[in-house]
Design a protein around this ligand. Structure first.
Ligand code: ADP
Ligand code: 5GP
Length: 233
């Protein structure tokens, strides 16, 4: 996976990402969700955030204008290109990319704050962003959301009806290229039925929390109690 936009290592680099604070006292998990635009990843992420305890959303910075009812600080932080470029040049982004003619980036401090508060973090980023996070943060879990067909993807983009026609065509053209990259991801979730897909994403988060390699202080403390032997043995 390429990493050409990754910021230089700095004081806020990956080593300081091993924050703990969740109930199990284990390092926080980075769950990176990618998909072609319109595949339904925002819808899926919203459902899973509302159902799974201890999950926080990484609110990205973007130079694109708010769409529909989007609010500053909820879906995105909306900034000018000048401000974005200054932040990027100061090395403040964990990853950044140009997508559909706009700049998008994940601020290191936002991720740190979520991890420090004991939450696992969900990212909604494009394929390039997923590659950058994966290569900088080897424990990150990557999930590709696959639309059931090109026709259904087009219908969803049209239904959203918030993009100009040429923007939509651009997004459809990118989708074919993006889908071919899906095999590089840890998981693929087909978003045909929204509820089934949400359950699959939820299951991935829960399963990742139970991986033995992530066992935290709570699990180790239980294992230790077995290691001490019986009191009167
Ligand atoms: P993305 O974040 O990937 O760009 P959205 O979550 O905004 O996609 O979804 C695009 C459109 O498709 C929205 O109108 C959403 O309501 C709709 N949608 C999402 N998932 C499904 C699904 N499983 N079935 C039908 N429509 C869906
Ligand atoms: P949209 O404009 O439809 O909200 O998002 C367009 C694309 O940008 C989506 O694929 C979305 O996942 C991606 N994106 C959103 N935030 C970020 C980010 O911080 N970094 C990267 N690399 N991509 C992002």
């Amino acid at each position: 996976m390429s990493n050409e936009n990754a910021p230089p290592e700095s004081g806020g680099g990956p080593a300081s990402f091993a924050a703990k604070g969740n109930a199990e006292d284990r390092p926080g998990i980075l769950i990176v969700v990618s998909a072609p635009s319109g595949a339904g990843k925002s819808s899926l992420i919203k459902i899973v955030l509302s159902r799974v305890e201890g999950l926080g959303f990484s609110v990205s910075y973007t130079t694109r204008a708010p769409r529909g009812a989007e609010q500053e600080g909820v879906e995105y932080h909306f900034v000018t290109s000048e401000k974005f470029i200054a932040m990027r040049d100061r090395g403040e982004f964990l990853e950044w990319a140009e997508v559909h003619g706009h700049l998008y980036g994940t601020h290191i401090d936002s991720v740190q704050a979520l991890l420090r508060s004991g939450q696992d973090v969900v990212f909604d980023v494009d394929i390039e962003g997923a590659e950058q996070i994966s290569s900088r943060m080897p424990g990150a879990v990557t999930v590709f959301v696959l639309p059931p067909s090109p026709a259904e993807l087009e219908a969803r983009l049209s239904g959203r009806n918030l993009n100009p026609r040429d923007d939509m065509e651009f997004r459809l053209a990118n989708a074919a290229r993006e889908v071919r990259m899906s095999e590089r991801f840890d998981y693929i979730v087909v978003n045909d039925d929204l509820e089934q897909a949400a359950k699959a994403l939820e299951a991935i988060v829960v399963a990742e929390r139970h991986r033995a390699v992530r066992a935290g202080g709570q699990v180790r403390a239980i294992i230790d109690t077995f290691g001490r032997g019986l009191p009167n043995a």
